[in-house]
Ligand binder design. Structure first.
Ligand code: DP6
Length: 353
């Protein structure tokens, strides 16, 4: 998947990974460094929201770069977002060195079709794409499961974006046993994203989960019911029953938000407009539409529906919410593909999305 450029010390690869939205949530770590979660989770990978990332490594001790550089949507990253990517690249460098083909610093260029840090899971697609591009550029030939474990080290939810469609991330108990894999099934699902506010969040999900685990009296109860919720969700998928899947997903999300709201100090990502949107989802559901809400670490509301009903559900939500939620934007996304390592480039050239 990667090859050195003739006459150059640069090896590069490009990968595309899609956003996933959790239906049964990951919220809280059992181990921070390895990113081992307290619960297993389930998600749907989406088609139209993705990250494209190119990684070029210099040879160790090669000329040119003296540190990792990362361009996100054309702007250079610095500070802790850069450090987080640097630490992740260190994992890849460690493995390349172990495999006998060490690599040096990296130039990373990444483009999102999602508003970064707006609760739209750009870290999931971001670290999945980075895992794919960096491992290929470093000459590592990883299996999908190994890629899922590697992506997990960048951001837990990224473990699921290695796969298309529905994916379950098994919590596991160590690095080897904590990975995602696809869930077979015939449900043709879609997610409508109601973009209520695309601005960056005030509290990072990493910090918010830490606080929830450490202080919320409701957290352990949510962890316990989560195992039942996942069993119910998988059984609903196997039975092709979207109503059961939607009901348990919505309830699991509320449980997660309830636990973070009783943390000390409380974490609240939902705004009055989020609640208005969830109410509208309930109203159209009571009127017969297949629609269930789920919310993550931000004010936006995602609506689970069927691929066939998606356009109609979106139109009726827009009808109810336009003028009520100022500036509301909607995105209709259907089930999307898994990680793709697309091309090998000699140098980072301008990329098209
Ligand atoms: C609410 O995967 O972003 O979206 O592992 O700390 O990077 P870190 O967290 P992250 O958390 C995602 C939380 C969530 C639920 C989910 O995607 O399962």
């Amino acid at each position: 998947m990667s090859e050195p450029l003739p006459g150059s010390d640069v090896v590069a690869a490009t990968a595309v990974a899609h956003v996933n939205i959790a239906l049964i949530k990951y919220w809280g770590k059992a181990e921070e460094n390895l990113i081992l979660p307290r619960t297993s989770s389930l998600s749907l990978t989406l088609d139209d929201l993705y990250t494209t990332t190119t990684v070029a490594f210099t040879a160790p001790g090669g000329t040119g770069a003296s540190k990792d550089t990362v361009m996100l949507d054309g702007a250079a990253l610095s500070g802790s977002p850069l450090n987080r990517i640097h630490d992740f690249l260190d994992l890849v460098r460690g493995r390349a060195a172990q495999a006998g083909s060490p690599v040096g610093f990296a130039r990373v260029e990444t483009f999102n079709t999602v508003p970064t840090a707006a609760g739209l899971a750009s870290s999931a697609s971001g670290f999945a794409a980075l895992a794919g591009a960096a491992s290929a550029a470093a000459g590592l030939d990883l299996s999908p499961r190994e890629l899922s474990r590697l992506a997990r080290r960048g951001s837990g939810s990224a473990s699921r974006s290695i796969f298309g469609g529905l994916a379950v991330w098994h919590a596991g108990h160590d690095d080897e046993s904590s990975f995602a894999e696809p869930v077979p099934g015939d449900l043709d699902l879609a997610i409508i994203v109601l973009v209520i506010d695309a601005g960056p969040k005030a509290v990072s999900s990493r910090e918010a989960m830490r606080r929830t685990v450490a202080t919320s009296p409701d957290y352990n109860a949510w962890v316990e019911r989560s195992a039942d919720d996942l069993r119910e969700a998988l059984s609903a998928i196997a039975a092709g029953n979207i109503a059961r899947l939607g009901a348990v997903s919505e309830s699991n999300a509320w449980g997660m938000h309830a636990a973070m709201r009783s943390a000390m100090p409380p974490v609240n990502y939902l705004t009055a407009n989020s609640i208005t949107a969830v109410d509208a989802v309930r109203e159209i559901r009571e009127a017969g539409a297949p629609a269930w809400a789920t919310m993550d670490a931000g004010p936006n509301v995602k609506v689970l529906t069927s691929a066939t009903a998606a356009d109609e559900v979106e139109a009726s939500l827009r009808g109810r919410l336009t003028g009520v939620i100022p500036g509301l934007r909607t995105i209709v996304a259907r089930s999307g593909p898994g990680l793709e390592v697309r091309s090998v480039a000699g140098a980072i050239a301008p990329m098209t999305r």
